[in-house]
Design a protein around this ligand. Sequence first.
Ligand SMILES: *Cc1c(COP(=O)(O)O)cnc(C)c1O
Length: 491
Amino acid sequence: MTAHALNQSSPLAPDWLAVPADLNALHPPMWAAGVERNDDGELALDGIPVSALKEQFGTPLFVMSESDFRARARSFKDAFDEAFADICGGVDVYYAGKSFLCTAVATWVAEEGLRLDTCSGGELAVAARAGIDGANLGLHGNNKSDAEISRALDMRLGRIVVDSLDELERVAKIASGRGETAKVMLRLTPGVHAHTHEFIATAHEDQKFGLSMAEDSTEQSGLSAAEEAVAAATSYPGIELLGLHCHIGSQIFEPDGFALAAEKLLGFLAEMQVKYSIQLPELDLGGGYGIAYTPVDTPRPAAEIAQAMAAVVRSKCAELGISAPRISIEPGRAIVGTSTFTLYEVGTLKTVRVDAPANGDAESAGENVTHPRRYVSVDGGMSDNARPVLYDADYSAILASRTSAAAPQLSRVVGKHCESGDIVVRDVYLPEDVAAGDLLAVPGTGAYCWALSSNYNYLARPGVVAVRDGSVRLIVRGETEEDLLNRDMGV
Ligand SMILES: *Cc1c(COP(=O)(O)O)cnc(C)c1O
């Protein structure tokens, strides 16, 4: 089986995937601080080996480093506070709760000096249970119900981020009907879309979120939808217009897109302040900071992004002759994503042989060469990580319960669902002696994995454990079969 050179890559592998020099080594940017191999070769977090976690909590399991989460939360807050100190006295950092939220996490967020973004009544309920002060909460969403708007007012939310003209009118009506004033930000679409490695700018927005800044985006007035909203917000009773908001995308590495969006929003803010004789004291530049899911992802340190954004805000405000608004940001993934890995147990294995891609030399030479791809089935799948199915997202995986000296083999980690697209890691080199009963760890699963989890095929959703200073506790218990049957009303 080792006729091939040890580090020869498979023609079936994507170009970006290199054969690791050492299959047992961890690539640090992908892992939480405190994850390492112990003396027995087992993956451990803060000294707690994965076998002990499996023993106590079972698999699949989300394993989270509380210390890592707190450190990343703090580093965003500190880096942005420092970069913007002379511009607007610091930055309000709202953790995007939709990436992963439970009462423990909401509490850590508050303890580290961050605020919390929510986007539903359910997320507000978690914040309320955690005892988060309403003044430190924001509410997003393109279709907030009247009940959610009322709940936000009951909780005296620091900000409701209004997404449309329609909703602005609804918030105004509900708030003024209660004899209250809602604190409102307007979510604008600046026409800047950041993709992973580049950004594109478009004049017109064809998406459900936000108020368009394009001049002719409303038919009747000839004003942009954004300007119409500013005008309406300043005239409606029940609305206190705090400022403007944008969110240009997710998993972004380069600061250019954020900078361009900031320039556009500041220009618009300055124009509105003059035209409507108002002050807009706040500007939110959203989230979307990228993390490392695979070795080719190269996230920038928070300080570098903060400084790049601060430089743009500083010079643009000087150019416009305005005093800078208070800046806020909304990172989710960049705080929680890397804090967590998913622990799975390996079950069924099979190897298929696949033709080399058509452009390979083999075919032109008339040879019929096939290459092996190994399918490694784990005890979870698309119900605990929907991102590969939803977004074609790439992940990585490592043999966690032991080291191996076996040769690398191109592998595909798949789940146990009745769906051929049920892929957890599309392409990864794993040791060829991976066997049933081994434990695999998939890093970078803190954001949008548990949050997007489902009960597809009546699988119980996994629990989440948090490790801090060498001790582990369950922060969300895994579901049981009883949970699965609970809502079934019977015959
Ligand atoms: C999803 C979202 C975020 C967080 O995005 P990340 O990629 O997790 O940083 C922030 N703001 C808004 C409005 C969002 O929809």
